[in-house]
Design a protein around this ligand. Structure first.
Ligand code: ZN
Length: 317
């Protein structure tokens, strides 16, 4: 007896099979079983889906793709296996598809590994404050990866309108003002260095005690920045030493008005401010400093606090 000749069929003749296993030559010659011819297809004839570019990330890049033979979607590890070449570094990588089972042969498909392509420079997505870090980001247009960096907190800052004040025993003031804080910052505390001389509450109201002497008030921000105000407590009432903020000359049209806003120093002065006009027919002034032009001419407004006087010449046209 001779082995049967390889039959003609679709694909490559892979041998005679029996019960799902390839038959041995002597089995074919001796057994009285049913044998059938198995043909395998060349994987080269399969179609492989395109592989988009990937980005370098330091590890092996194994993109997914599909393998189709005619209309049949093939299954990895049943119809084919995949091995990879040059798939770590930037450049051209290759997937090697090897047919198994009903398939034989190999087919290669290459794909590109490139560096990230950022959509532009880092853009701020979260503004930093004095207390919280900010964040800037950029995005890769190829793989969608987001890269971010931390933005430094804002430098803390503050202005205090005075570096020192004078108070009479028992006098209190809310005229010490803190401004110019960096965004997000706030006052954390007001404290006195000597509560027997002066106390301060959480909103910055400063009160002199019964004793005279010197002490320091500290204002501390949430960011940690701190400033001190020197306080002197004396027996006598605090007197005005200077009047600021009054223009020497003002021109006004008839019936128009303006308001004089004097700044009294020291800010804790208890002396009253008064306003008087030298010629009420030309210009009048209220106790709040509002000047009204009445008729053409000139008038001098005197701003007085204690022994200090400043003058403003009003010309009405
Ligand atoms: Zn990328």
């Amino acid at each position: 007896m001779e082995l049967p000749q390889a039959p003609q069929g679709d694909g490559k003749f892979a041998g005679w099979f029996c019960d799902g296993k390839e038959a041995e030559d002597d089995q074919i010659l001796n057994d009285d079983k049913e044998f059938y011819a198995v043909f395998r297809q060349d994987i080269k004839d399969a179609r492989i889906s395109d592989i988009p570019a990937s980005c370098y990330n330091g590890t092996e890049i194994k993109p997914t793709f599909t393998v189709k033979y005619q209309d049949e979607l093939l299954t990895e590890n049943a119809d084919y296996t995949v091995s990879w070449k040059n798939n770590v570094n930037i450049g051209t990588a290759t997937a090697v598809i090897t047919g198994i089972g009903k398939f034989f042969g190999t087919k290669e498909i290459s794909y590109v590994i490139e560096a990230h392509r950022w959509n532009g420079p880092m853009k701020t997505v979260k503004e930093p404050t004095a207390l919280v870090y900010g964040r800037a980001e950029r995005k890769c247009t190829v793989c969608g990866k987001t890269e971010s960096k931390q933005l430094a907190k804002l430098s803390p800052k503050m202005k205090v309108n005075v570096s020192s004040i004078v108070l009479k025993t028992g006098q209190s003031t809310t005229k010490v003002k803190v401004t110019g804080l960096a965004k997000g910052d706030r006052i954390a505390s007001w404290t006195s260095g000597n509560n027997k001389i002066v106390t301060v509450n959480s909103s910055g109201k400063i009160r002199a005690g019964k004793k005279t002497g010197n002490a320091k008030i500290s204002v501390k921000l949430q960011s940690g920045l701190q400033k001190q105000i020197a306080v002197k407590v004396q027996k006598t009432p605090v007197k005005t030493t200077k009047i600021q903020g009054i223009q020497k000359k003002i021109r006004l049209r008839k019936k128009k008005s303006c308001t004089l806003v004097p700044q009294i120093l020291p800010i804790t002065s208890v002396e009253k401010i008064t306003f008087t006009s030298s010629n009420k027919k030309v210009a009048t002034v209220t106790s709040k400093g509002k000047v009204t032009a009445k008729k053409k001419g000139t008038a001098v407004i005197t701003v007085k606090s204690g022994k200090i006087k400043v003058k403003c010449k009003i010309t009405v046209r």
